[in-house]
Ligand binder design. Structure first.
Ligand code: HEM
Length: 128
């Protein structure tokens, strides 16, 4: 489980701000992903995702103070996440990771997590 030491080593709040901002710039122009987001303003979704990642990687626990237990699969149930959506999500996340250019070892650790988490979020079994 990631620790506060990992969070600081990887660059703390600033790193997760930059990562999630870059990712949502990609989402905003993605023809597969953008229609899934219920709100016209992506800002609140961006903040929820940023707070979740900060907490997951050993930072402040603000996400759970505001949202409770993450239950991410349940929270994604209203959205159709098939293979195409997973691949689009990972592709936009890869671009965001490249943009912030973490040291290779941290990049690999976080990227492996995203690949696993994105597979876990697929909820349209007929697509697998
Ligand atoms: C929320 C799509 C994968 C973390 C959402 C929302 C959508 C979405 C449409 C609702 C936006 C909102 O908050 O209003 C997708 C798609 C994925 C994916 C298509 C493709 C696999 C992931 C992964 C993670 C993640 C891998 C974690 C690493 C979150 C979080 C929220 C969220 C934390 C906000 C939950 C809350 O309501 O508190 N996602 N997502 N998502 N997603 Fe994803």
């Amino acid at each position: 489980q990631p620790s506060p030491d990992f969070y600081e080593a990887v660059g703390g709040d600033d790193t997760f701000h930059r990562l999630v901002a870059a990712f949502y710039r990609g989402v905003a122009e993605d023809q597969v992903l953008r229609p899934l987001y219920p709100e016209e303003d992506l800002g609140p979704a961006e903040e929820r995702f940023r707070l979740f990642l900060m907490q997951y990687w050993g930072g402040p626990r603000t996400y759970s103070e505001q949202r409770g237990h993450p239950r991410l699969r349940m929270r994604h149930a209203p959205f159709r996440v098939g293979v195409a959506e997973r691949d689009a999500w990972l592709s936009r996340m890869r671009d965001a990771m490249d943009e912030i250019a973490l040291p290779a070892e941290y990049d690999a650790t976080i990227w492996e997590y995203f690949v696993r988490a994105a597979d876990f979020m697929v909820n349209h079994i007929e697509d697998i």
